[in-house]
Structure formats: C-alpha cells, structure tokens
Design a protein around this ligand. Sequence first.
Ligand SMILES: Cc1cc2nc3c(=O)[nH]c(=O)nc-3n(C[C@H](O)[C@H](O)[C@H](O)COP(=O)(O)O)c2cc1C
Length: 473
Amino acid sequence: MKLFSPLPLRSRTLPNRIVVPAMVTRLSGEDGCVNDGIRERYARFAKGGAGLVVVEAMAVHQAKSGPLLRIGGNEFVPGLRSLAQAMHDAGPGLAFPQIIHFLKISRSGWRQKVSDLTIDEVRAIPGLYAAAATRALEAGFDGVELHMAHAYTLSSFLSRLNSRRDEYGGSLERRLRLPLETVAAVRAAVGEAVPVGLRFDGEECVKGGYTLEDSRVIALRLAQAGVDYISVSAGGKFEDAMPREGQPLYPYTGYSGERCMPGRTYQPAANAYLAAGIRAFLRSYGVQTPVAAAGKINTPDLAESLLQREEADLIAMARPLLADPDWPRKVQAGRWGNVIRCCYANVCKAKDEHFQTVTCFLWPKGATQAPESTDEAPPRWPKGGAVLSAQAADGRIQLRWSPAEDPEGVYGYDIWRNGERIDAVPSAVTMYHDGAAVSGIRYTYWVEAYDMGGNRSGATNQVEIELSSQLEA
Ligand SMILES: Cc1cc2nc3c(=O)[nH]c(=O)nc-3n(C[C@H](O)[C@H](O)[C@H](O)COP(=O)(O)O)c2cc1C
C-alpha cells in the first residue's frame, strides 16, 4: 500500500504516510509544562506506528490560555525534551510540535482582532515563531509545524476578513505577508536540513471568508517559500462561534467548527476536496510539496484511494487515532478488522471545549489514555445467542441485544445497517436508535461486539425491518 511507503522531508524521512495531526489534549496544567499524562499520550501515538505525530498546538508567546502546552521560553525545553525522547523511544515516526500564536480573548466575549495589533506587535511575531522553532530543535524534535489554521493569529492574517489597512491586510498579497515573513524567519533559525510543515485552512467556511480560490494560491506561495508539507484543515473560526454566557468564545461551536471536525452527519473525507484542489494547483506550477488531507478519513481503503488518485500525499487522522492509536500498526499487519473505529460522536471535541482532559467516548469509563491489550480471544455471544431485535417506533428503529461476554471485558459494539457500519456504542449500552431510517427502504441490521484488542465477535443474528409510511398511518 502507498499508505505505508516512506516520504522524505529534507534530512528526515517519514516511515509512512499516516499523520496524527495536532489535537489538544487538555492534559497539561495552566503552567503549560509537559507532564506524565502528555508523555504517555504522545508515546502511545508514536508506538501505534504513525509516520508523523504532531504534538498539540503550543504557544510561542507568553499568554494566559488555560491548559495548553507552551514553548515560549527556555524554561519549557527540558519538559519538551522528555516528551520528544519518550516519542522517539516508543515508535519509528517523526515528532513535530505544532507552534501557535493566538490573540487575547476574554470571558466577556471580547476578542482581540488582527486589526488591534500595533505594527510593532505584528513585526514581533515571526521572531516568536523562530525562537520557538529553535527551542523545538533543542528539545530533540525532528521538525516543526507552523499553525496558520482556524481562529489563530496567522490564520486571521490570511483571512479575507483581515481588516488591517497597512501592508499586512487588504489584498491577498498583503494578507500573505506575515505568514511569509514567519516562514522565512523560521527557516533562517532552523537551517536547511530541518523540515518545517504548515497547517492552514483550505476554506474558512464562514461568510465572506476565503475558499479554495484563495487557498490554492496561499498554498503555492507558502510552498515556494520553502515549507516542506502543507496540512489542509478547514474552518474553526471565531466569526461564527456561539457566544456562551461567562465563557470565552470557542471557535469550533459554529458551522465552521463543524467543518473542522466533521461529526456523524458528514460524509467520509468531507474536506478532502480541499487538499485535492490545492495539490493539483501546486503540481500545475511544478511545485512538488506534499499535501496532507484531513477530516473523517477513517478506513484504509479510503486513505489509500486518496493517495492512489493523487489527491493527497499524507493522510491525517485525528479522532480515529485517538480512538485507536494502533490503527497504523494493525492495518500494516493486515488487521484492519481489529481496529477500534471512531464513531465521530465528537465527545473529544466537547471535552476540549470545556477544558476537560480530551478522551475518547469509546474508551473504558474513566480511562485517560487509550487502552492496550494483547488479548486475541474474541468476545462471544451468550449461550442463548445475541437475540438482536428491531422495533419501529416514533419514526425510528430501535435495536436491542443481549450483552456479549469476554474474559477481558467487552469494549463496545459496532452497529451495521445494510452492510455499512453506521455507528458504535460503548459496552454498557445494548440498545441503539437509528433515527436516519426511512420508510420505503428495507433495512437489515446486525451488531458485532469487540474487546480491547479489537477482536470481534462475528455478527449477531440479522434482523430485517421496514418503517411504515407516515402517510399510511
Ligand atoms: C479534541 C481536538 C483537538 C484538536 N486540536 C487541534 C490543534 O491543536 N491544532 C490543529 O491544527 N487541529 C486540531 N484539531 C483538528 C484535528 O487535527 C483534525 O484536523 C480534525 O479533527 C479533523 O480530522 P479527523 O476527522 O481525522 O478527526 C483538533 C481536533 C480535536 C477533535
């Protein structure tokens, strides 16, 4: 599979095309220091075999921000060094921190805009990134990723909603100025051998924001400036965030937030067209910079097809690898059937929003890290069988089944409808409501139990059912 082919980035080589994109964990304290929980989380990702693990956004500047990692001073280097070391000890992939600058927000709902910054404040930003990148190298990371996506400073400079009237706002050329100065400063600081990646939005997904028309040009200019990969995200803006009394704005609560972390209602690979459009544009200018796609890419077939169709060079999977960090290792060993599969319930996103430790809805209750297991024995259905039943009521279909048994404990159940896995529920739940079924279609359901090793029980009995039409009722 192309997914498991290496990709050189300057003096380094990614062992495969799978990326854990940055994902805030809320495991750090307000001091922004690396702790055991952080080391454990990222060593676990590295152990799972991803080619690149990008450590969650860490602040390049000294600003109050709640539980978020920091890289804005030399005092953070020893902790970061222990993190890079733990990641390198655990797995073959490269480790990059994502480095971020953000503006001030307050509980009153006020937020600082790029137009509020003095020219001196603007001009200081590239230097902050360069110093942070230098610290990342001192700490032993393999490279850095510059955060220019979502609601944060460099993204807001790139935005079509950047209302500065000086040389840093207005036309696209001027909106690009600070990001380009930042890339140049970082490159000068780290030298030619070190890979410098970039993450930005392929589309802002807010009214008046930019779309692929601008983003492909932005990508081209940043690639020409020497970034080594372009990781394409979407949305995640303040402009459409929902205000909540007494809480600072969280930029993933509006439509643009949904587009950034597309939930259950979105189609697979919902944002892949952005990476594909950007990649095609770069190639049409003879620029070979690798492009990473993200957003509801979960199955090996889907990931591989994006690579084979040359719509992406790297596949970033955040929530799927949170659900099962061993996804790469298992898939490479031909054990896709043993992967614990994300159901995009976005409980992780809600935890991030409320500054709670980011965990996966599918993990065992109370767990702060993904469980590990060497068990190979699959769960079994009880003696009397799973007795899956289906009932139509209130315009939806309700499934019920008997709990499966496993010496190590059942971990969860996958729900299948007409040959498609539609959802998963944790082991405590032995019922499911399908609110997306409609009359006029005959549905066949079955359920599979899985344990922590991802061993699966095999299907329950199949049940067939049709909703009666409301018009007949
Ligand atoms: C809890 C959580 C935290 C995230 N934190 C970051 C972050 O720090 N930086 C970033 O660029 N993206 C962040 N993201 C976005 C992901 O990297 C990713 O682009 C998004 O979840 C879509 O990919 P997926 O469908 O594979 O999860 C975060 C996503 C989640 C769910």
